[in-house]
Design a protein around this ligand. Structure first.
Ligand SMILES: Cc1ncc(CN)c(N)n1
Length: 227
């Protein structure tokens, strides 16, 4: 239980503002927004993210399983997560289309270190010992970083290259924003009833996601430390 009426996610976003902004206003995203993006970075991101999304599917499936078993879950949770899985099928097809448009061969992508570590982290959350509240926190954090980042590219004053407008809309659109708000509502509801130990595990998990996201963007811009 938390002492105040402030939802847990709000307290985290205030407390970890710098880290969160580092992930959602990363130079790679800012370069898409201002139109200076290097297309070889974009292509690197595309190939690596395709690999990530394929690992993301079993992770989300494991959250779905937890939601069906956990007593703090309700029927709506299951349907929301199921909808998320269904849209990942579209996402995989979208990556394939984009890869063919940009001549990126998805069969020969070598996963980079940051990606491997992130996928391992996702796998570590699939075990039955990981609480639903912790796993759903990770899911929300993963989705909201992309939503917030790409929605920023659609805000007034941005100069996104025409070719990347669709990419920004994929994650920056209002429907995906609503999906993320619903996930956040689940996180806050679960954590309202959770023990201090679970709340603290969920906070660590939130921060880990934010760090992995920063490393993922770093890798995309070709940061040597990330290779
Ligand atoms: C690395 C990463 N993070 C989040 C998302 C959004 N599902 C993504 N596609 N890739």
């Amino acid at each position: 239980m938390t002492d105040s009426n402030i939802p847990v996610t709000e307290t985290w976003l205030r407390k970890h503002r710098l880290q969160y902004t580092g992930a959602t206003r990363h130079p790679f995203i800012l370069s898409i927004r201002d139109g200076s993006v290097d297309f070889s970075s974009f292509k690197r991101w595309l190939g690596q993210d395709y690999i990530f999304v394929r690992s993301f599917v079993p992770f989300v499936a494991s959250v779905l399983m937890k939601s069906c078993k956990d007593e703090s879950s309700d029927d709506d949770d299951m349907e929301l997560i199921l909808g998320g899985i269904a849209s990942l099928k579209d996402e995989i097809n979208w990556f394939k289309q984009q890869a063919s448009k940009y001549h990126v061969s998805l069969t020969s992508i070598i996963p980079q270190n940051a990606n491997i570590k992130y996928c391992r982290f996702l796998e570590s959350l699939t075990g039955s010992e990981v609480e639903y509240a912790v796993a759903i926190t990770a899911l929300w954090a993963i989705e909201v970083v992309y939503q917030d980042s790409f929605a920023h590219c659609l805000e007034e004053g941005s100069r996104v290259p025409h070719e990347l407008q669709e990419t920004c809309e994929r994650w920056g659109n209002e429907g995906f924003g609503e999906f993320c708000r619903s996930l956040r509502g689940i996180v806050d509801r679960c954590l309202q009833k959770a023990s201090p130990e679970v709340i603290s595990k969920a906070e660590v998990c939130f921060l880990s996601v934010v760090e992995h996201e920063v490393e993922f963007w770093n890798m995309s811009v070709g940061d040597v430390g990330a290779v």
